[in-house]
Design a protein around this ligand. Structure first.
Ligand SMILES: C[S@@+](CC[C@H](N)C(=O)[O-])C[C@H]1O[C@@H](n2cnc3c(N)ncnc32)[C@H](O)[C@@H]1O
Length: 292
């Protein structure tokens, strides 16, 4: 059953034990097909407002701009860049930007936007864990944001990929949904206010199934099975520090970048909050770290 209003995920979680066995790669075809199909939907969605972006709107969030600061002249690698609006927004601000994603559809659209808008940027199609075999150089900045970590089965290997691509002294920055928010059910049909529904500590993948996407919840889609992973905040931080990154800060915010829980409302500043419960839960975190 669909929620009355679009939430971040239109997928319903199947709580059965999904041990992917010895082949962790079996999740990849399902997730890639789902993301490939989402690209034309998202291109045409109000959620992504591509027309506004083409007219000059910056797709980056206020926190990212304030916390990462000036990027002029810096080389920047954007991991899991989707169809590249954030990558191109950094390029518009003067970065020498490279975006990477495992969706061929996403990379093709990103490349065509770069050409159409005459914003120089490079886009690379590869699974995140294979990227070190595709790209050889190191970067001043590695950036990633908004709905990325849940698609990755191995958070330690993710930390190794981040460290691999940073030059010594380079900066890593992430703004992401707080993993504690994922412990709550996200369908308004099930409960009008947030209810604890899923384990915070959960090493096994979750299988989700449902049509549509967070940007186009009413559209019927063909590729509707996704595998996602829960990573605790401690595991995320440790994945970076054990790879030689020095944590500058870890910030937590009681608002979200999208409607990820029942009852949330969007403020004039664009962030989503729980009305009357503005300090109830951590919903977003940002982290900045430096490679030693
Ligand atoms: C929620 S989107 C990121 C959204 C992006 N921050 C934005 O605002 O448009 C997640 C992205 O992760 C990519 N992705 C998922 N699994 C991946 C993997 N194993 N390797 C590389 N990219 C992956 C998807 O193709 C998708 O573009």
């Amino acid at each position: 059953m669909r929620p009355a209003e679009p939430l971040y995920s239109t997928l319903a979680r199947d709580n059965a034990d999904h041990d992917m066995g010895s082949s962790m790669d079996s999740y990849l075809p399902a997730n890639r097909a789902l993301w490939d199909e989402r690209v034309p939907l998202h291109r045409d969605s109000a959620f992504y407002d591509l027309a506004g972006f083409k007219a000059g709107r910056c797709s980056l969030k206020s926190i990212e701009l304030a916390e990462l600061g000036p990027v002029t002249g810096k080389s920047l690698l954007h991991l899991q860049c989707h169809f590249g609006m954030d990558t191109l927004s950094w390029a518009r601000r003067g970065a020498h930007a490279t975006g990477a994603d495992f969706s061929g559809q996403a990379i093709a659209l990103a490349q065509s936007l770069s050409a159409e808008l005459a914003i120089p940027a490079r886009f690379v199609c590869a699974d995140l864990y294979d990227l070190p075999t595709v790209l050889t150089e190191q970067f001043d900045i590695v950036f990633t944001s908004a709905g990325v970590l849940c698609w990755l089965p191995d958070i330690r290997r993710w930390g190794a990929v981040v460290a691999h691509f940073l030059r010594p002294g380079g900066t890593f920055y992430i703004r992401e949904k707080h993993p504690f928010a994922d412990a709550f059910g996200d369908t308004e049909a099930a409960a009008p206010t947030p209810q604890l529904a899923h384990p915070y500590f959960d090493p096994k993948p979750s299988r989700w199934e449902g049509s549509g996407s967070y940007a186009e919840p009413q559209v019927e889609t063909a590729h509707n099975v996704a595998y996602e992973w829960q990573h605790t905040l401690g595991d995320i931080v440790s994945a970076l520090t054990t790879q030689g990154l020095r944590l500058e800060y870890l910030h937590e915010f009681p608002f979200a970048g999208w409607k990820c829980l029942p009852g949330m409302e969007q403020g004039a500043d664009g962030w989503w909050r729980l009305p009357g419960q503005e300090t109830l839960l951590p919903l977003t975190f940002s982290l900045r770290a430096t490679k030693r």
